[in-house]
Design a protein around this ligand. Structure first.
Ligand code: CA
Ligand code: CA
Length: 263
């Protein structure tokens, strides 16, 4: 069988020995190897068998590094964005809190002002109700109201001294006329009545019942004339001029009278 391997295709047997045949085959194989494997001495530079693998590894490492850098940049960017969003959120929350605090302070002040105003109005309402009660009571007793004063018109007639005592008993006194307006008001009561003025202490020196001297008098024409020692003053309705209506008369004469008292 082994001999058939060295048979020629033309069917003739080779006359060389087997050793020689093997030598020839080895030489032929070596020649073929030399033909396919260049060597440095042949003028061809041989490349390293694993250099392309290193290059691929290097590229992969670079790509991985770039990816890491990109990921790191992304994480940093997200962190900055997140921190900025948190800061903005805190700023808005602080701003809202300050606005709410300010609103709360204003609301509290406004509530206190309204409460104070309500208390004042309640107190004022109480005063008005009390005042209305007093006014109603005085009106029922025959008093008139003018410029924060009450005036009582008598229906009886008495002397000046008796008239004053009646006023004192009512917690008042004979009327003291301090102004033109008050004079007109008293004149329009349509009475001939005693007023709280006399010159009993010193003739010609007229004084009011509250001790003040007369400064402005509304005497009728040619009065006071002290005709027969007239030391007490009366207002005399029926004169043409409402500010010229006073007369001095004898204090023992009986007249109506007008009391006055504070509100
Ligand atoms: Ca008066
Ligand atoms: Ca007179």
């Amino acid at each position: 069988m082994s001999e058939g391997v060295y048979e020629n295709t033309d069917g003739f047997e080779d006359n060389k020995s087997n050793a020689m045949k093997n030598t020839d085959i080895d030489g032929q194989l070596y020649g073929n190897v030399r033909a396919f494997k260049p060597r440095p001495r042949d003028g061809v530079v041989a490349s390293e068998p694993d250099s392309s693998g290193k290059r691929l590894f290097l590229v992969a490492a670079v790509c991985l590094g770039l990816l890491c850098v990109l990921l790191l940049a992304g994480i940093i960017g997200l962190s900055v964005y997140y921190n900025r969003a948190i800061n903005d959120s805190e700023d808005k929350r602080n701003s809202l809190f300050q606005s709410f605090s300010l609103y709360k302070i204003n609301a509290t002040e406004e509530r206190d002002q309204l409460q104070t105003r309500y208390n004042n109005l309640t107190e004022e309402k109480g005063h008005i109700q009390a005042k209305l009660f007093v006014m109603e009571q005085h009106c029922q007793e025959g008093w008139r109201y003018f410029d924060s004063k009450f005036y009582f018109l008598s229906t009886e007639k008495k002397t000046w001294k008796q008239s004053r005592q009646d006023c004192l008993d009512r917690g008042a006194d004979l009327v003291v006329i301090n102004s033109r307006e008050e004079q007109t008001f008293v004149f329009n009561l349509h009475l001939r009545a005693w007023i709280g003025l006399n010159d009993s202490v010193t003739e010609g020196i007229w004084k009011w019942v509250d001790g003040t001297p007369l400064t402005t008098g509304y005497w009728a024409a040619e009065q006071p004339d002290d005709s027969g020692q007239e030391d007490c003053a009366e207002i005399y309705y029926g004169q043409d001029d409402p500010v010229k209506t006073w007369n001095d008369d004898k204090c023992g004469t009986n007249h109506n009278w007008i009391c006055e008292k504070e509100e």
